[in-house]
Design a protein. Structure first.
Length: 238
């Protein structure tokens, strides 16, 4: 009955027949019953990324707004995949500006680990890097909302991929004392990625701050280091 209700709500959102035909009606509802590749009533559960890449051009930002505000996690994730495709495929700066504004105006729906990680650095981080708009990320980092802080931190992944680490270190340092474990995971994850690009940069940062890092943050940060070095940090021998 829950699945039937989900399908009815989905079709009500996208009532145009050509859109109703492609809409991923058989996504799991966040309880783990169905995964991609599983069969539900004889229908194969689609890959959200494939659906998004194929149909992103056929759906407007207004329709994405409806989809992004759905109570179902999988609907919101598909909407963000479509938004990423729109952002990556367009060459028009005005359209990119519009997409980023749309993203910022819908942050209340981007409040989940998977939603943040799949979208913010590919849209917001890239935009901030390419347009020298670090203020967008700094404003989010200064917010009282934990997810806004997390979006700001993860958004710096694009900077890390480009070999620029200062913004990541600034945000991580500012949030080392945050009370939420998800923030510690985000901080550690970004530091780990920084180490994958430049291990010396990570070691230098750890030597300054590892003693004040929450255990979760430190564990993620040193995950890819040699076992002997990891144990030195974990046991405080550095």
């Amino acid at each position: 009955m829950n699945m039937i209700k989900e399908i009815q709500e989905a079709l009500a959102i996208l009532s145009v027949p050509e859109k109703a035909a492609f809409f991923p009606k058989f996504f799991k509802t966040g309880k783990g019953e169905y995964g991609e590749g599983d069969l539900f009533l004889g229908v194969k559960v689609p890959d959200q990324r494939s659906v998004a890449k194929e149909y992103y051009a056929k759906i407007s930002l207004h329709e994405l707004s409806e989809l992004l505000s759905s109570k179902y996690h999988e609907h919101r994730l598909t909407a963000l995949f479509m938004l990423i495709s729109k952002f990556e495929k367009t060459k028009d700066k005005a359209v990119k500006d519009e997409i980023v504004l749309f993203y910022l105006n819908h942050l209340q729906y981007v409040n989940n680990w998977d939603l943040v990680d799949s979208s913010c650095y590919k849209i917001l981080g890239r935009y901030a890097f390419e347009n020298q708009r670090e203020d967008l990320l700094r404003n989010l980092s200064d917010s009282e909302e934990m997810w806004h802080k997390r979006i700001a931190v993860v958004g710096t992944m694009y900077y890390v991929k480009k070999g620029s680490f200062d913004l990541t270190k600034e945000f991580v340092t500012a949030n080392l004392k945050h009370t939420h474990d998800l923030m510690h995971k985000a901080n550690g994850w970004l530091l780990r990625e920084m180490g994958q690009k430049n291990e010396d940069e990570l070691i230098s940062y750890l030597n300054l701050h590892y003693k004040e890092m929450p255990r979760t943050c430190l564990r993620y940060a040193i995950e890819k280091l040699d076992e002997e070095v990891r144990q030195d940090y974990l046991k405080g021998r550095i």
